[in-house]
Design a protein around this ligand. Structure first.
Ligand code: PBG
Length: 330
């Protein structure tokens, strides 16, 4: 071996063997970092979602089995999203307030059969409205803030009564975290957490999700009057500051990989638990790359998830959670 440079510092020394790379790793990914989003159907059978290959909607009893699988692999929490039957979708999204809607039935069934897994429930009206928006709209189609917040408070209480552990408002209305927190305190749910979708962008990466919850064909216009402009970062810090002041226990940045800078800035500025949502379009991109022979699924999944931890995340919502947990458990 020639060694002509006589370098004092060689960055490659610590990379030269597997044991040393393991010893010098700065970031660790474990199944405990994962939250698995699951879609619920009113039907009895598994329904594969074409734009999310490998992801299905599940019946309530099948969801309970998925929750057991997740728990057995060390995944601490699952996130629930309903595909509300078309005839129950109305302009006011009132099905969101029914104690027997898919979300509440699934939550009760899971908390009954698998009490030691956390259940995160999404708060927003888009799986329940006939127009596909996250809130109530006026006659011009503008999503009304304050009137929507009143409904979101009732939706949150409905989910808390069903046993939800984490309420996750994804609607981006102003003032909803404070209103939901006050109602949870008032109604004696002091330990129900709020994970706020604090910095949620009006993104092109949500397409397959809208297919999964059946909102794709219904959505009129876009969500730019309430979700954030992808151009903005300072605004994300203001959103996070407000949600923390109003009583959020943790905050989320969404989508994930294109917004790692936001995750990093939020973590550094606030030193609170930050979560990322690796969204449906990101999942679909990885699967498309794998199908095209352009990448190795296992490596792509683990590398992207590790990147979230490195950026400062406490955990990640990912449709690859089960697969990643299996890989990590070896
Ligand atoms: C609904 C909601 C969306 C997602 C989570 N909650 C879609 C949207 O805002 O249109 C997206 C998740 C994903 O794409 O995986 N409020």
């Amino acid at each position: 071996m020639t060694n002509g440079l006589h370098l004092a510092t060689r960055m490659r020394r610590t990379r030269a063997s597997g044991w040393s790379r393991a010893l010098h790793g700065e970031t660790v990914l474990t199944p405990a970092d994962l939250i698995w989003p699951l879609f619920i159907t009113a039907g009895d059978a598994q329904e594969p979602i074409a734009t999310l290959p490998g992801v299905s909607r599940w019946s309530i009893s099948q969801i309970v089995d998925r929750a057991k699988e997740a728990r057995d692999l060390g995944i601490p929490c699952i996130a629930l999203f309903p595909n509300t039957p078309r005839d129950l979708r109305t302009d006011d999204g009132r099905e969101a307030l029914s104690p027997d809607n898919l979300m509440c039935r699934a939550t009760r069934a899971i908390k009954d059969a698998v009490p030691d897994i956390g259940v995160l429930t999404d708060v927003a009206l888009d799986p329940y409205t006939a127009h596909g928006h996250d809130g109530l709209i006026d006659d011009k189609g503008y999503v009304l803030n304050d009137a929507t917040v009143e409904v979101l408070v009732d939706q949150s209480l409905n989910q808390a009564r069903a046993g939800a552990d984490i309420i996750a408002p994804s609607d981006m209305m102003d003032g909803r975290i404070g209103a939901i927190r006050a109602a949870l305190e008032e109604e004696a749910f002091p330990n129900v957490q709020i994970m706020s979708y604090a910095a949620k962008y009006a993104s092109a990466f949500y397409g397959p999700f809208r297919d999964a919850v059946g909102a794709a064909g219904l959505l009129q216009g876009d969500k730019k009057t309430y979700q954030m402009d992808p151009a903005n970062a300072e605004e994300a810090l203001r959103e996070v500051a407000l949600d923390l002041e109003e009583g959020a226990d943790s905050v989320m940045v969404k989508p994930g990989l294109p917004y790692l800078d936001i995750i990093c800035r939020v973590k550094q500025a606030f030193e609170v638990p930050v979560f990322a949502y690796q969204v449906s379009g990101e999942y679909a991109m990885i699967e498309a790359a794998v199908a095209a022979g352009a990448g190795d699924r296992d490596k792509l999944v683990l590398e992207t998830l590790l990147a979230f931890k490195r950026a400062g995340c406490s955990g990640v919502l990912t449709y690859h959670a089960l697969h990643a947990a299996r890989l990590l458990n070896g």
